[in-house]
Design a protein around this ligand. Structure first.
Ligand code: SF4
Length: 411
């Protein structure tokens, strides 16, 4: 979007890519717009993203906003041509797949490839399908060649993103699966060191994807699961497609195939009708699935969704349950961090003196250039991230991510 706007000569422009996943996210977008206008009164403000798509009239009515651009239009260069020309099309009939961003993003260590957008599910709490439209996928050949270009440009890591990633390909000729896509990317981009998936729906993971986790070391041993609850009745009321047992089985099978794998998950605290016992099932899921990275969302009713009409849980109960889940998540992360002490781990360095291990755990590495693959010895942790022992970390030659490269360090 930045490149497209700059190409149209719009250098004094602030783009707000808004989120609608919770009411709070949409409120924060409006707050950010007002703050930015105060800080930069001369700048134009354009708003896009899901909150702008779902409630374009509200954003267009804000005096601070010069332009509202829909999700289907935001990656098209023409949309950024005219100040004041808002364009938000009917997303529910959108047919076009996302634009493949094969140039990478400035200042980013890893490249993100949006391979799918939209969602055909209707989870009862969610407004995202109304912001992103039906599920659409980018053809496999386009993604494979984009991945090759990115790897040739020097990106060590690519993350595949999508709204409902595991529905990848169902709209394409021959219905290629996400697993087949992963294999084709790794074949097409031999220089690529790390391929990572964003969030997936465990019940939709295909056999090729599971097989790839077992056999492809360049597919990173980290999965973020959209679990949402650990109680079967709540999962049913959410209209999710997996049961508690499915989630536990999936994690255990994957761990058998790839013992280093680490799981993260999204969970919602205080979904309508959730009793204490139902909540305890969710809390217990952290241990039963051995989850490490937890994203906790206190339930927030989105107008127009079926869940907004269900009997709500009291606000203070939602808060208290979210707190307990976060504490349990912090404890689980603490256990994982402690287990890494003394290990030598390959890390991809980022800006700001940190990097990520293969399983996406953050490591403090000190002053070191970004986008480098290095091996570090883990000295300890600060409860949130790992700490590397060495201050002088030697660069590895390229493509040493998975070999048993000895650590070279000066301490
Ligand atoms: S799978 Fe459910 S939660 Fe995820 S985007 Fe689709 S409707 Fe929303």
């Amino acid at each position: 979007m930045r490149r497209a706007a700059l190409a149209q000569g719009r250098s004094n422009l602030v783009i707000i890519n808004s989120c609608a996943v919770t009411a709070e996210a949409a409120r924060q977008a409006r707050q950010a717009i007002r703050r930015i206008k105060r800080e930069r009164p001369g700048a134009e403000i354009a708003v896009t993203g899901c909150a702008a798509q779902i409630d374009s009239a509200r954003f267009a009515a804000m005096p601070e906003v010069s332009q509202v651009i829909g999700n289907a239009e935001k990656t098209s260069p023409e949309s950024w041509a005219d100040l004041g020309r808002s364009s938000v099309s009917e997303i529910m009939t959108a047919k076009t797949a996302p634009h493949v961003l094969s140039e990478g993003v400035e200042d980013h260590t890893r490249a993100f490839l949006a391979v799918q957008t939209g969602c055909d599910h209707r989870c009862t709490f969610c407004v995202i399908p109304f912001g992103r439209g039906p599920s659409r996928s980018v053809p496999m050949e386009d993604i494979a060649s984009a991945a090759r270009r990115l790897a040739d440009k020097g990106f060590c890591e690519i993350v595949l993103t999508g709204v409902d990633l595991t529905s990848y390909g169902t709209d394409l000729c021959g219905a290629p699966s996400l697993g087949q896509l992963v294999i084709s990317i790794l074949r097409a981009a031999p220089k690529l060191e790390r391929l990572r998936l964003s969030s997936i729906d465990c019940i939709e993971a295909d056999a090729d994807l599971i097989d790839a986790f077992a056999h492809e070391p360049r597919l990173m041993p980290h999965l973020h699961l959209s679990l949402q609850s650990g109680d079967d009745m709540i999962l049913k009321r959410m209209k999710r497609r997996h049961s508690r047992a499915d989630a536990v089985r999936f994690c255990s099978e994957l761990r058998q195939l790839r013992p280093q794998i680490v799981f993260g998950a999204d969970v919602i605290a205080g979904f309508p009708t959730e009793t204490d016992a139902m909540f305890e099932n969710t809390l217990q899921l952290i241990a039963d699935c051995d989850l490490t990275h937890l994203h906790v969302f206190p339930f927030s009713a989105r107008p127009g969704t079926p869940a907004a009409k269900m009997p709500p849980v009291a606000g203070e109960v939602i808060k208290a349950r979210a707190k307990r889940l976060r504490e349990a998540g912090d404890a689980a992360l603490g256990v994982h961090l402690a287990l890494q002490t003394g290990k030598t781990l390959p890390v991809l360095s980022e800006r700001g003196g940190t990097g990520r291990t293969e399983d996406f755990t953050r490591v403090k590495i000190g002053d070191f250039p970004p986008s480098q693959m290095i091996n570090v010895v883990i000295a300890g942790n600060d409860g949130k991230m790992l700490e590397a022992r060495s201050l002088a970390l030697d660069l590895l030659e390229p493509a040493r991510n998975h070999g048993a490269q000895a650590l070279v360090c000066n301490t």
